[in-house]
Design a protein around this ligand. Structure first.
Ligand SMILES: Cc1cc2nc3c(=O)[nH]c(=O)nc-3n(C[C@H](O)[C@H](O)[C@H](O)COP(=O)(O)OP(=O)(O)OC[C@H]3O[C@@H](n4cnc5c(N)ncnc54)[C@H](O)[C@@H]3O)c2cc1C
Length: 417
C-alpha cells in the first residue's frame, strides 16, 4: 500500500526495509539453527524479499497463495511432493519469517495449510482427499477449519452441530463462526456429533467442499482486513463418505490431537510478530533523536527494549525447542508415547500462552517507545499489533491454554499420591 502521507524521514524509512529486519533476526536465531535450517531460513527470506514489493496491502492476501504454493510454502510441517526439508521446526521457521513480511498473509496461509491441510496428511486416505491436498498445497484452493460455534467457543467438546448417516454420506446441520478464510474457501475441515450427549464417542471429522452446500457470510474483523473470516451455516449439508476423515468418535481424537501441532504452528507466527515489533523499535530508536540524543540512549526507551529482547529471545528458544521435540518424539517417532503426548499438550499451551501474550506486549510497548509515527501507515508496526490480537484468540484463548497447563499441574501432583 502506498503511504497516504509520508512524514517519516527518508533515512529512517530506508533502514526499515525488510532485508534489515532479516539481518537483525538472523543475528538472533542463527546460533539456534543447524546448517540445513540455516539454508531453509535463507530460502524463505529470499522468497519474502522478492514477494514484499509485489504485495498490495489494499488487496486480500489470497492473490499471493499460488506464489507460496509454487515454493512449497503453504505449509512445511508435512512432506508434500519434493518440498524438503519439512517438519514442525521448519513450519515454525516459515511462519516466523513470513509474519515479519506480512502477518495477515501468514495467518491465512496457516489456516489453509495447517488447520485444513494437516488432516489431509494425517487422516486422508481416499483419492478424493489427495486431490484436495494437492489443491491446497499448490495454493490454488483455499482451506479453513470449522470448530467454533456461536454457543461453543472454548468448549470445543460439546458441539451443537449434528450429524446423521445417510446411504451415501453424512448429513450435517449447524452453525460455525470465526471461520478464518471461510468466505473465500474451497475446502472446510468440520466437526459435528451424532449424539450431543456423547460427543467424545460420536464426533465426526469431515472435509467439506464448498459445493456440498455450505453458506458463508463474512464477519467484519477490523484487525485483519485482508483476511476473510466467516459465519458458516450448514443446512442439511451432505458429505459423501470418501470425504469423511474420522467417523463415530474418531473425530474427537483427531480434533484434540490436531490442536497440538496447530498451536505450535500459531506460535511460529507469534514469534515472527514479536520480532517484527521489536526490530521496528530497535531500528527506529537508534535513529530518532529528541533533545539532541538518540532516543535509545534514554533509559525509559533503551531498557524496556532490552527487557523485551530478553523475553523474545526466551520465547524464540522455547518455541524452536518445542518444535524440535515435537518432530523427534511425535511427528517422526514410530510410536509416540502417551506420556509424551500429554507433556506436549501442556508445553504447546505454555508457549501459545506466553508467545501470543508477548507478541501483543511487544508490539504495543514498542509502539509507545516509537511514538506517533508507529500509529501511522508510515511503518508496518500497527498492522503487526493488530495481528497479535487475533493470534491470542485463534487456537484457544489465553485462559484455555492456562486451563490445559493447570490440568497438567494436577496430573503432576497425582503422580506422587
Ligand atoms: C479472528 C479470529 C479467527 C478465528 N479463526 C477460527 C477458525 O478459523 N476456526 C475456528 O473454529 N475458530 C476460529 N476462531 C475462534 C476462536 O478459536 C475462539 O474465539 C476461541 O476459541 C474462544 O471462543 P469464544 O470466542 O466463543 O470465547 P468464549 O469461549 O465464550 O470465552 C470467553 C471468555 O471466557 C474465558 N473462558 C472460557 N472458558 C473458560 C474456562 N473453562 N476457564 C477460564 N476461562 C474461560 C475465555 O478465556 C474468554 O476470556 C477465531 C476467532 C477469531 C477472533
Amino acid at each position: 500500500m502506498k503511504i497516504q502521507e509520508k512524514i517519516i524521514k527518508d533515512e529512517i524509512l530506508e533502514k526499515l526495509e525488510l532485508g534489515n529486519f532479516y539481518k537483525i533476526l538472523n543475528q538472533n536465531i542463527f546460533p539456534l539453527l543447524n546448517e540445513q535450517e540455516l539454508s531453509f531460513v535463507k530460502e524463505v527470506e529470499d522468497f519474502c524479499l522478492e514477494l514484499a514489493p509485489t504485495i498490495d496491502r489494499e488487496k486480500d492476501v489470497y492473490v499471493l497463495f499460488p506464489k507460496l504454493g509454487e515454493q512449497g510454502f503453504i505449509q512445511r510441517m508435512n512432506k508434500y511432493k519434493d518440498f524438503v526439508p519439512y517438519g514442525m521446526k521448519y513450519e515454525v521457521l516459515l511462519a516466523t519469517i513470513l509474519s515479519i513480511c506480512d502477518p495477515q498473509l501468514d495467518l491465512a496461509r496457516l489456516a489453509s495449510g495447517i488447520l485444513c491441510g494437516n488432516p489431509t496428511f494425517q487422516h486422508g486416505e481416499s483419492s478424493e482427499i489427495s486431490k484436495v491436498q494437492a489443491d491446497l498445497m499448490e495454493g490454488k484452493g483455499i482451506g479453513c477449519i470449522l470448530i467454533t460455534e456461536p454457543e461453543r467457543g472454548s468448549d470445543a467438546v460439546n458441539l451443537l452441530t449434528t450429524c446423521e448417516k445417510a446411504d451415501d454420506g453424512v448429513i450435517f446441520n449447524g452453525e460455525k463462526i470465526f471461520t478464518t478464510n471461510g468466505p473465500k474457501a474451497d475446502y472446510f475441515v468440520g466437526y459435528g456429533v451424532y449424539n450431543m450427549k456423547d460427543p467424545r464417542g460420536t464426533m465426526v471429522q469431515a472435509m467439506f467442499k464448498k459445493e456440498f452446500g455450505i453458506r458463508t457470510e463474512r464477519l467484519r474483523i477490523n484487525a485483519v482486513p485482508r483476511v476473510h473470516i466467516a459465519h458458516s451455516i450448514l443446512e442439511d449439508v451432505k458429505v459423501p463418505y470418501p470425504y469423511i476423515l474420522g467417523d463415530d468418535g474418531k473425530g474427537y481424537n483427531y480434533l484434540f490431537d490436531g490442536l497440538i501441532p496447530e498451536r505450535i504452528s500459531i506460535v511460529g507466527s507469534t514469534i515472527g510478530i514479536c520480532w517484527n515489533g521489536l526490530i521496528h523499535g530497535l531500528i527506529y530508536s537508534n535513529l530518532r533523536k529528541q533533545f539532541n540524543k538518540d532516543i535509545i540512549g534514554y533509559q525509559g526507551v533503551g531498557f524496556p527494549l532490552a527487557d523485551l529482547l530478553t523475553k523474545v529471545t526466551a520465547a524464540t528458544m522455547m518455541a524452536f525447542q518445542i518444535a524440535s521435540i515435537y518432530d523427534d518424539k511425535i511427528l517422526f517417532a514410530e510410536k509416540p508415547s502417551k506420556e509424551i503426548e500429554k507433556w506436549m499438550a501442556s508445553l504447546s499451551s505454555q508457549i501459545k500462552y506466553y508467545g501470543c501474550k508477548l507478541s501483543h506486549e511487544v508490539t504495543y510497548e514498542v509502539q509507545n517507545h516509537m511514538g506517533g509515527i508507529s500509529l501511522t501507515d508510515n511503518t508496518l508496526l500497527d498492522e503487526a499489533l493488530d495481528a497479535s490480537k487475533v493470534e491470542e484468540v485463534i487456537g484457544g484463548t489465553r485462559n484455555v491454554q492456562l486451563l490445559i497447563v493447570k490440568n497438567s499441574i494436577r496430573r503432576m501432583f497425582k503422580s506422587i499420591l
